[in-house]
Unconditional design. Structure first.
Lengths: 366, 341, 350
């Protein structure tokens, strides 16, 4: 019932172009997450959809209706703000009722909706309190409640968890997911935290410097990042990057030179000999080789967490590497270790940072 | 008690504001339509309109036509009935044998007022700042019930100039309280408001009495903003109190002192109300100040001359503009300094 | 008692009295007397009869000479205490005085006239408050009218000030529009233009609008105060913009945002401005003096000043009416001074 389509949307503030040529289809009922570092334009994009701000060019449509010039109030959307933006001088009940009163809804229906939302969010005991008398988590629920009672065509959530402490954030995240399940409403969720994005999203939109870097499901982004930025942004700890050079190609394979750390054969990629590439591998995909071979590196720090061991290491040409190894490992700082990984988990990027697609899999890092 | 009063005031306010709230609700539907038609910018214009309209009619427009007034003659009230005389009014104000001797001037009262005001400004501002500074220093000491003492000095600030004038007229009269007290310590009584010099000093004293609490408050705020550890550091260094005052307190208080200086200057130049009630400008013309001169030439005297009053008011306005610009300049400099610091 | 002494003699730490301690004590005590004394003396004097006011040296308490109606005399006669021949004091009524001899009668036995040297008699007096000083100006003169005018001017001017200033401050703090800095500059510029500079042209504007001798002529020029707009704008800048966004999402109109969201949240600043506006408008003198020339429209301040000049200085009435004029401001002082003083320290407003 509420698909949102953005076509060629740009927004400039004076000379500064905050968003450029955004094309995006948000499907009905999906929870889509805008993620990116601060200043990437994700909040501006949300405000454009909300109608709190107008695009410099391009158009926004909800269910096929062009709403580019429609006021925020008339778009039928509801928003949960980062600061919650609860009216401090009104009780929780008045906060929930304010929007409904403005829509001239009959009193009885207002009360019914508030009761329903209060039950769903378990905020009934605080209805007569002011926001100032609530804890952070309670305020957050009220902010969500204020959106729910409106029965909007879509929910817009602007970093709704960023003001909560770590523990509360995790439990609220789960509740939000459950809420989305139950309401089956379109939700647009903005965050800078990729873990939130991975856990909540049906699809993730990665933004950087006003442009969309990649759109896809969480696992698509994790497994096949379109470029270096997405590869580095999605997944924790961050993916390891090693600079390399294509030495040559033969038999459907390419040889990559990792300066000083050895060479390896990878599935042939569309790159000429001599091209500089970046090789990416996630810390979880690295394994310790008992003997030589693989990528040699000197351990600089060992973090033993019990269930896993995190190794900080440095290759001979001073590239830092991070490896997350299962269980407990007998390794000390200063030792030289050899790391290997499944070539299927390897990512290659060309010199402009775009993903190089291997054609098929093969064994082997040497 | 204070809370009860605030509650009571809030309730009274609520009663007064009830019709306003009703009006606001009734206004909403038409204003919504207006917002639909005019958009957000239309609403901005709507919000600004009442204030700017009143402001334009009663401040801006008079300010502009004041210049026109100052170039016309006669006693007619409305501009269209008045005769253009060019710079005659200004020429008349400045026709003088010797500026220091009002008797030699065409407008002797103007120059009497100018010199009276100048003398008044010099002495009143000096006395005001001195008393305000001492009061602020005293209030900044480690005294108990500081807010009570602060209130003591602030009390006269709220009194109306008419009340101030009448209180002191009552005390300074020939058989008043002050003369009784002089009598009590064996001094001869003085007819304060009848002797020229005493009346002038009374004008200075009364205006300081009425306003010093306000400036003391500003200076006190400045003193309290000086970090305590500076004083502790000075004490550890064994610095003598006089030196602490000169090297720490004064420099750090300088921004506030400048603000107070400019404010007192601006207000002293315009002195009128309480002195007018106290002395009526007398005896003779010994306490006639510029604003009273403008008032009397423009409105009160038999031979009203609005053009002359306008010209005089523009001259006074120019002085005030210079002083205010100085104030804004100081404020900006302070701001920049505090940003840097 | 010892607490009071301790309070008064408290020093600043140290073992011995430093001269600054003495000076502080002297300054505070002197300030107390000098700042409150005159007003108290005024209140005190306002309860004295004309006869008591004319006395020199003045008495602290308002005394009246006791009188008695004596059979055979039309007027009440003043009572005196006289030392009798047997040394016992007697209370006699004075019939008349010739030179240094007073003819007196005993109120109980009015038939006999007693001659007493005036140095041997002292007036029999009692403390009494001359409340007539207050009642008569209200009943016989126009002071009730002046009071009503003053209240009208103060309330209307304050209301209009609050509404127009807060609307303008809202526009100037929460919207980005072309010309905003120009409007701000204009407002700053008029801070430099006190009323006394535009008296003549303003008078002609008021007259042209038919507002001469009208209370609205007093009210309107004072309500567009740049200080008020500034104060409110500074405060509104601290209200988060997200609240306004939230209200817009909640289908609130801009007008609703103003009066349901912004106004309630600006209440503290509005209260400060309201208090100041009440004091300013109540105390206004020069402008009402110019605009109001008919007695029916005088405000208290103008009425009082005229009265003090007109009526061959009937001090007992003037003093009483001065006290009445002072009362609202003193109430504001007693209940709200902490509010005001912190407001001034924070904003530099007066």
């Amino acid at each position: 019932m509420s698909a949102i389509t953005l076509t060629d949307v740009s927004r400039s503030f004076g000379q500064i172009r905050v968003l450029q040529d955004i094309d995006l289809d948000i499907r009905d009922g999906e929870l889509i997450v805008f993620v990116g570092p601060s200043g990437c334009g994700k909040s501006t994009l949300l405000r454009l959809i909300a109608g709190l701000d107008r695009p410099t060019s391009g158009s926004i449509a909800i269910d096929g209706r062009d709403v580019t010039k429609v006021a925020a109030a008339d778009r039928g959307l509801a928003m949960v703000f980062q600061s919650y933006a609860l009216y401090p001088h009104m009780s929780v009940r008045q906060n929930l009722a304010f929007g409904l009163e403005n829509a001239r809804m009959p009193r009885a229906e207002i009360d019914a909706r508030i009761a329903e939302a209060a039950r769903m969010l378990e905020i009934a005991p605080y209805l007569e309190r002011r926001p100032g008398q609530l804890s952070g988590g309670q305020r957050q629920r009220v902010a969500i409640g204020r959106a729910i009672v409106r029965n909007p065509t879509a929910f817009l959530l602007d970093e709704p968890l960023s003001n909560l402490d770590a523990e509360l954030r995790i439990s609220t995240r789960a509740e939000l997911a459950a809420l989305h399940e139950r309401l089956a409403a379109t939700m647009i969720y903005v965050t800078h935290d990729q873990i939130e994005a991975m856990t909540l999203a049906d699809r993730i939109v990665v933004l950087r410097a006003g442009r969309i870097e990649q759109v896809g499901t969480p696992l698509e982004l994790y497994n096949r990042p379109a470029n270096l930025f997405v590869a580095g942004f999605i997944g924790a700890p961050r993916m390891n990057f090693l600079p390399g050079r294509i030495a040559g190609s033969a038999d459907g394979r390419s040889t990559v030179e990792l300066g000083g750390a050895g060479t390896m054969l990878v599935e042939k990629v569309e790159a000429a000999a001599g091209d500089h590439v970046t090789l990416g591998v996630r810390p979880h995909h690295l394994r310790l080789l008992p003997a030589g071979g693989g990528v040699a590196a000197e351990v600089t720090l060992v973090e033993a967490l019990g269930s896993e061991t995190i190794l900080h290491a440095r290759t001979p040409d001073r590239q830092s590497l991070l490896a997350v190894l299962a269980g407990q490992q007998e390794v000390a700082a200063g030792e030289t270790i050899h790391l290997e990984f499944d070539p299927g988990t390897l990512h290659l990027f060309d010199s402009s940072g775009l993903r190089l697609q291997p054609l098929q899999r093969d064994s082997g890092a040497r | 008690m204070a809370n009860a009063a605030v509650g009571l005031a809030a309730r009274a306010g609520a009663i007064i504001l009830a019709p306003v709230g009703w009006l606001a609700r009734v206004l909403d539907p038409p204003l919504r339509l207006m917002q639909k038609a005019g958009g957000q910018n239309g609403m901005v214009a709507f919000f600004l309109a009442p204030n700017m309209l009143i402001f334009g009619i009663f401040v801006l427009f008079p300010l502009v036509i004041n210049i026109a007034y100052s170039m016309t003659g006669g006693s007619a009230l409305f501009l269209e009935d008045r005769v253009f005389v060019g710079a005659d009014q200004y020429r008349r104000l400045f026709t003088c044998g010797n500026y220091l001797d009002p008797g030699s001037c065409a407008e002797d009262l103007f120059w009497t007022a100018v010199w009276n005001t100048s003398t008044f400004v010099v002495f009143q501002v000096a006395l005001m700042i001195g008393v305000a500074l001492v009061t602020a220093l005293v209030l900044n000491r480690d005294i108990r019930a500081r807010s009570f003492w602060r209130a003591v000095f602030f009390f006269p600030v709220l009194l109306s100039p008419v009340v101030v004038g009448l209180i002191w007229r009552w005390i300074l009269q020939r058989e008043g309280l002050l003369n009784y007290m002089l009598h009590g310590i064996g001094l001869d009584p003085v007819v304060w408001l009848v002797e020229r010099d005493w009346a002038f000093m009374a004008a200075i004293g009364v205006s300081v009495w009425a306003h010093v609490g306000f400036y003391a408050l500003i200076l006190l705020a400045g003193l309290q903003a000086i970090p305590k550890d500076l004083y502790e550091a000075a004490e550890m260094d064994g610095t003598r109190p006089a030196r602490v005052f000169r090297r720490i307190t004064l420099p750090l208080l300088a921004p506030n002192l400048l603000v107070v200086l400019v404010l007192t200057l601006i207000r002293a130049v315009q002195i009128f109300d309480e002195v007018y009630v106290l002395t009526g400008g007398g005896p003779g013309t010994s306490t006639l100040f510029i604003t009273q001169y403008i008032y009397e030439v423009g409105f009160a005297s038999l031979l009203r001359n609005p053009g002359l009053a306008s010209a005089a008011s523009i001259l006074m306005g120019s002085v005030l503009v210079i002083l205010t610009l100085a104030q804004l300049g100081i404020a900006r400099k302070n701001e920049m300094r505090s940003k840097k610091g | 008692m010892s607490r009071a002494t301790e309070f008064l003699l408290r020093r600043r730490g140290g073992e011995r009295w430093h001269w600054t301690d003495v000076f502080t004590w002297f300054w505070l005590a002197g300030g107390l007397v000098l700042m409150f004394g005159p007003a108290l003396w005024l209140v005190n004097s306002s309860f004295k009869t004309p006869a008591a006011l004319a006395e020199f040296p003045p008495t602290i308490l308002p005394y009246v000479t006791a009188q008695a109606t004596v059979e055979g005399y039309d007027r009440p006669l003043p009572l005196y205490e006289v030392a009798g021949e047997d040394g016992r004091p007697r209370v006699l009524a004075e019939v008349r005085r010739i030179g240094i001899v007073a003819q007196m009668v005993d109120p109980q036995e009015p038939g006999e006239t007693i001659r007493v040297n005036i140095r041997d008699r002292t007036p029999k007096r009692s403390v009494s408050f001359a409340t007539d000083n207050y009642v008569e100006p209200f009943v016989a003169f126009d002071f009730l009218l002046y009071l009503r005018n003053s209240v009208f001017v103060t309330v209307m001017a304050t209301l209009i000030t609050l509404i127009t200033n807060s609307m303008a401050a809202f526009a100037l703090s929460k919207y980005n529009f072309t010309g905003r800095s120009a409007v701000m500059l204009l407002i700053i510029a008029t801070l430099m233009v006190p009323l006394s500079v535009i008296l003549v042209p303003l008078y002609s504007v008021i007259s042209a609008m038919g507002l001469f001798n009208s209370l609205w002529g007093v009210i309107l020029p004072t309500v567009a105060t740049p200080t008020g707009v500034f104060l409110l704008r500074q405060y509104m800048l601290t209200i988060p913009d997200e609240l306004i966004d939230a209200a817009r999402m909640d289908k609130a109109s801009e007008w609703q945002i103003y009066w349901r969201i912004i106004l309630p949240l600006t209440a503290p600043a509005l209260a400060v401005l309201a208090i100041f506006s009440v004091v300013w408008r109540w105390n206004d003198f020069l402008w009402p003096l110019i605009v109001l020339s008919r007695k029916e429209v005088y405000t208290l301040q103008v009425g009082l000043n005229t009265y003090a000049g007109e009526l061959n200085v009937q001090w007992h009435f003037i003093l009483a009416m001065t006290v009445v004029t002072m009362i609202p401001v003193v109430l504001v002082f007693i209940f709200l001074q902490r509010f005001i003083t912190t407001g001034i320290a924070g904003t530099g407003l007066k």
